[in-house]
Design a protein around this ligand. Structure first.
Ligand SMILES: [Zn+2]
Length: 89
C-alpha cells in the first residue's frame, strides 16, 4: 500500500507538526491526522461544508507563514477537499 502523506479527511500533510491519528489498537493511522482521527474514530462529525469551514479557520489560525497562507487560500477549495478519501463517494 502506498504511503499516504496527506490526511484524507482535512488534507493537511502528515508531518511532525501534524502527526498521524491513532487506530483503536494504538497504531498510527496511515490515512488521517490526529486532529481528525483518534482511537479508530473521527473526532468531529461535521458534514462536508462545516468541515471545510472548520479546516480553513484552523489552518489560517496556525503558524503558517504568509506565503503558505497565500497558497492555502488558493489551493484549499471544496473541490480539493472533495477528492480526499473521507469525502469521496
Ligand atoms: Zn486531518
Amino acid at each position: 500500500m502506498a504511503k499516504v502523506t496527506q490526511c484524507q479527511s482535512c488534507g493537511m500533510p502528515l508531518d511532525k507538526k501534524t502527526p498521524a491519528g491513532t487506530e483503536s489498537d494504538g497504531t498510527l493511522s496511515e490515512k488521517y491526522c490526529h486532529h481528525c482521527y483518534q482511537n479508530g474514530a473521527f473526532t468531529m462529525h461535521l458534514d462536508f461544508d462545516a468541515m471545510y469551514e472548520y479546516n480553513l479557520k484552523r489552518f489560517q489560525a496556525s503558524d503558517m507563514n504568509k506565503i503558505q497562507k497565500f497558497f492555502l487560500n488558493k489551493m484549499y477549495t471544496k473541490k480539493f477537499m472533495a477528492k480526499l478519501d473521507r469525502w469521496r463517494n
